[in-house]
Write a protein of this length. Structure first.
Lengths: 324, 515
């Protein structure tokens, strides 16, 4: 499927701010399943960008606006060609997870992180749901189904930074939460898993359904689990879809914090109003059938932080950092 | 069993201590307490203090320096110097391989990948940020101890923000003022050139595009930091600005300093702010100490940060266990100074052995420094050992165990008499275009009888460290006695350097290019 994606975020401040510094991770990655055809960033006010590939393989565009400004508009336009993934054929037994070389190379995807910090109750739930699974694939698939049914999909029900046990207790969340839950459950069972940030060509994240050739949505998230001897298996728990040509991957990491679409700070007393949107247009409509259109609304992107609302004592504590 | 630094097996004063011992032998207790008083007043007047966090009695304390110096003879020092240059050179190769290279040491199976990915000091945000000359560790502090057999061992590496050099220099200044005559007939090598050497190292890693006269600054967290005195001291001795995060701004991936004349471009930052606080865009978002956009500027290559971000991956105590292998791998040499015997607790067999011998070993957290979190098995209570055991079982990667090193002993004045106390030594190594070891270093001393804890944060003291020149002057003419003894206000520190036999201000030791 050939898709044109336009990701736009507008920050409006109620008074002028300056010295804003930001990082954007919005560029589709090129991998076996998808190919980036073009990518362009425009900024208003204009600024020079520094582009690089980070540790996780994600393209980062870094930019700063030093002079006083009252709004900042960031637009990323990508054109990408996607395919359904080649199905993984290997189906290793659970013991394969313990193979030393596999564990050595996947170590960083095995531990809890701030967004996937599961407790013993959640680990127990994972144990129960995986008790029938005899191999790695069926365990991961059980997690995928469970993560999808454990939460109900409720826009604005959670904030970025809520911990996974709170979200599990609330039993509601958005795509990031479904993805973090899938990652946490996999890790609690000793299966390396990673969080994926991306776009979904769908008018409804919850169902994955799409109608027409144009959708206006938000960024999406899913997860990937490592299958020994086979590679990473991507699964979308929010809508129970296997990841296919509707999914456009930006990048992955241990959790959201490794691949936030936008993060940054600015100076000034203002608070921002943020408007973020993703528009995706299918450029080869004849090839794919459509399903029913449904409205959708997702969580807005993370607001940039004002770095001047901290107390002096906070500053003193920070100065007393460890010395060697 | 301990190695005694100043008395040999036959009970005789070792020859390199004899002149100083004779000098001290002539002093009465009254002389000594007068000297101590002079020392305290001088340190207090100059504001030479250090900070103990979490102490209700007030955090600022006068710097504790014992009057009896540690003395290292020229031959022994030559070995230490070569060993330290070798070690820090290998560590710089390692850091550059991990962050800017191909991670060949992992691919070649010398160290496991998970050792790096599980390391809290491994900073993924520093990936592919290159550093001129590969000098990621410009200032290293390597902690050395002498075991019962008299051989030096490396106890730990400090590659992030090692502090203490200002005290080395202030200790020397105080000693030359208090007891100039004790330096008589000894060509004690100078430490006063540290500022010039650091400046030279920092200049050598400036971005190539910035020309011949790079602007260098020292970046401090601020006056509440325990090492603020040192930050100010270093800026002054290099003749560069001391700045805080709010004094710097990044514009178009270039760092500039706010001055009364407007913005001035900055090329090299000797930063004494921890990684986590350095740039709120990529690290701790709540940091008010850092400079937003600093990492992007470093990545763009318009500014060099020293030490580099992410050096914690090199001084993690589990990684430390692999340093001898790094030396063999990168330099194809045998390590000159060995490690202390160390057990990695995530290795099943080693962990089992350690848990059986917990009361005989020292247990350390891998990423801490300053002596925090250490459990000394033979001195620990049952409850402390139980906690240590639980901690190890809960997170074995976070702990190492070492055989107890019975630190060597040297006399220290306890108010009534000179009594033996345990010491260690932190020499400082500078890496830029050349690798240079400052003669001596910070000798730390446990002030309580029998104690092995030398950290000043835990009640330890310090000593001046004298490295003797290769050619000891035997002509009385070179002795500094005449002038300093009569005019103590002069600067006798330079007097021993009058001897042409001790080229104190030229870099000594092997000069190793880093890349």
């Amino acid at each position: 499927m050939k898709l044109d994606i336009c990701y736009r975020t507008i920050f409006r401040f109620d008074s002028p701010v300056r010295e804003s510094q930001n990082e954007m991770r919005a560029c589709p990655v090129t991998n076996q399943r998808q190919q980036l055809l073009s990518y362009r960033i425009s900024l208003e006010p204009s600024a020079r960008t520094l582009s690089f590939t980070d540790y996780w393989g994600t393209r980062v565009d870094q930019f700063g606006v030093t002079d006083s400004h009252q709004s900042l508009q960031v637009t990323a336009e990508a054109s990408v060609e996607t395919q359904d993934p080649i199905p993984l054929t290997a189906n290793p037994p659970l013991e394969a997870l313990l193979e030393p070389q596999f564990r050595d190379s996947h170590e960083e995807y095995l531990h809890p992180t701030p967004h996937t910090n599961y407790d013993s109750a959640l680990a127990q739930e994972a144990q129960t749901l995986a008790s029938d699974a005899k191999d790695v694939r069926s365990t991961v698939e059980a997690v995928w189904e469970f993560a999808g049914s454990r939460l109900s999909y409720q826009p604005n029900s959670t904030k970025i930074g809520d911990c996974i046990t709170e979200i599990a207790a609330k039993k509601a969340g958005v795509c990031q939460d479904f993805a973090h839950l899938g990652v946490a459950l996999c890790r609690s069972l000793g299966i390396p898993a990673r969080y994926v940030s991306g776009y979904l060509f769908s008018s409804n994240d919850r169902t994955g359904s799409v109608s027409g050739d144009f959708v206006r949505v938000q960024t999406h998230a899913w997860f990937e689990a490592a299958i020994p001897g086979a590679g990473w298996l991507p699964l979308d728990p929010t809508n129970q879809l296997t990841v296919g040509h509707q999914h456009v991957k930006i990048g992955h990491g241990r959790d959201y914090d490794d691949v936030p679409p936008l993060r940054g700070v600015y100076s000034g007393p203002a608070t921002p109003e943020v408007e973020a949107s993703v528009e995706i247009r299918r450029m080869d409509p004849a090839k794919f059938p459509t399903t029913a259109l449904q409205p959708s609304l997702l969580r807005e992107v993370m607001k940039p932080r004002n770095r001047h609302n901290h107390t002096q004592s906070h500053n003193q504590q920070q100065q007393q950092q460890q010395q060697q | 069993m301990f190695y005694d630094e100043h008395i040999d097996a036959q009970g005789c004063i070792r020859s390199h201590y004899q002149p100083v011992q004779e000098w001290f032998d002539r002093l009465t207790p009254a002389h000594l307490s007068a000297l101590e008083q002079q020392r305290n007043e001088s340190f207090r007047r100059q504001g030479i203090t250090f900070t103990v966090y979490g102490n209700s009695e007030g955090t600022e304390r006068t710097w504790p320096m014992d009057l009896y110096p540690q003395i290292i003879d020229a031959t022994e020092w030559a070995t230490i110097e070569r060993g330290l240059c070798q070690r820090v050179t290998a560590l710089n190769h390692f850091l550059d391989d991990i962050y800017s290279g191909t991670q060949a040491i992992i691919a070649d199976g010398i160290i496991p990948q998970r050792l790096i990915t599980s390391c809290t000091g491994f900073e993924r945000e520093a990936m592919n940020v290159s550093v001129p000359l590969g000098a990621r560790c410009v200032v290293a502090g390597i902690d050395l101890v002498r075991g019962a057999d008299g051989g030096y061992q490396v106890l730990e590496d400090n590659l992030r923000n090692p502090s203490g050099i200002s005290y080395v220099i202030e200790n020397r200044a105080a000693m030359t003022k208090l007891m100039p005559a004790a330096f008589a007939n000894l060509a004690v090598r100078s430490v006063n050139h540290y500022g010039r050497s650091l400046l030279r190292a920092l200049r050598s890693i400036a971005p190539p595009a910035c020309g011949d006269d790079p602007t260098i600054v020292v970046l401090t967290p601020g006056v509440f930091n325990s090492a603020y005195f040192e930050h100010a001291f270093l800026a002054r001795s290099m003749g560069v600005e001391l700045v805080e995060g709010r004094d710097l701004v990044v514009d178009n991936h270039v760092v500039a300093m706010r001055t009364t004349r407007g913005l001035e471009r900055v090329d090299v930052i000797y930063r004494r702010i921890d990684d986590a606080f350095l740039d709120p865009v990529v690290f701790n978002p709540h940091s008010t100490l850092g400079v937003p956009g600093l990492m992007a500027a470093a990545r763009a290559g318009t500014v060099t940060l020293a030490n580099s971000v992410g050096n914690g991956v090199g001084d993690d105590k589990a990684v430390y266990a692999y340093v001898p292998n790094m030396i063999r791998y990168y330099l194809n040499e045998q390590p000159i100074i060995p490690n202390a015997t160390t057990y990695l607790l995530w290795e099943h067999d080693q962990r089992t052995e350690v848990l059986n011998r917990l009361d005989e070993l020292v247990i350390k957290p891998v990423a801490e420094s300053g002596g925090y979190g250490i459990v000394i098995g033979p001195k620990a209570s049952d409850a402390e050992l139980h906690t240590a055991r639980q901690n190890i079982l809960k997170d074995p990667r976070n702990w190492i165990a070492q055989e107890v090193v019975n630190l060597s002993r040297l006399p220290a004045w306890d108010g009534d008499e000179f009594a033996p106390r345990h010491i260690d030594l932190r020499p400082f190594v500078l890496c830029g275009e050349q690798t240079e070891v400052i003669p001596g270093g910070l000798t730390r001393v446990a002030m309580r009888p029998g104690s092995l804890i030398v950290n000043s944060s835990q009640g330890g003291g310090s000593k001046d460290t004298w490295v003797l020149g290769t050619n000891q002057p035997n002509q009385p003419a070179t002795a500094p006695e005449a002038s300093p003894a009569t005019t103590p206000a002069a600067s006798p520190a330079t007097a021993p350097e009058a001897s042409p036999a001790t080229p104190a201000n030229s870099p000594s030791g092997p000069a190793n290019r880093l890349s």
